[in-house]
Write a protein that binds this ligand. Structure first.
Ligand SMILES: [Zn+2]
Length: 141
């Protein structure tokens, strides 16, 4: 059996079926770490790229990751060198968590935000919708 839609009807169906919500939230893709391992060290090759994409100082992301991983490390140009072995899953999970907690605006879901410290409190300030939401200190707990 053949559907008897003419072109206009088909187009109308396509337009009205567009999932607005998912189109909005899918536009930013959380990056994956590109890892390599050298003598029991883990190198995040695209560390600077990830920081740039999040619009965060590499130092901020560095402190967060090394604290959560319990690892020492150094930033070397575009790379982060961790002094122990870290799995792809571990680092991707942390990058994703950092994004969810400290980059993504909890109100509109966009990633155009800055972190602002006011006294002992830290706020995530959204440049897209203007919302200001308190966040936990990324270097505690
Ligand atoms: Zn927002």
């Amino acid at each position: 059996m053949v559907d008897k839609y003419d072109y206009k009807q088909l187009l109308h169906r396509l337009m009205t079926n567009l999932p607005e919500k998912s189109a909005k939230s899918d536009w930013f893709e959380v990056p994956h770490a590109v890892l390599s391992t050298v003598r029991r060290k883990t190198i995040v090759e695209n560390f600077k790229e990830i920081s740039d994409l999040f619009q965060r100082e590499p130092q901020q992301l560095y402190m967060y990751l090394t604290k959560r991983l319990g690892a020492a490390g150094t930033i070397d140009g575009n790379k982060l060198i961790l002094n122990n072995l870290v799995s792809q899953e571990q680092i991707d999970a942390l990058i994703n968590k950092y994004y969810q907690d400290y980059v993504r605006c909890p109100v509109c879901g966009r990633p155009d935000t800055v972190l602002e410290k006011r006294g002992r409190l830290i706020f995530i300030k959204c440049l897209a919708c203007g919302a200001e939401s308190p966040v936990k200190n990324p270097l505690k707990d």
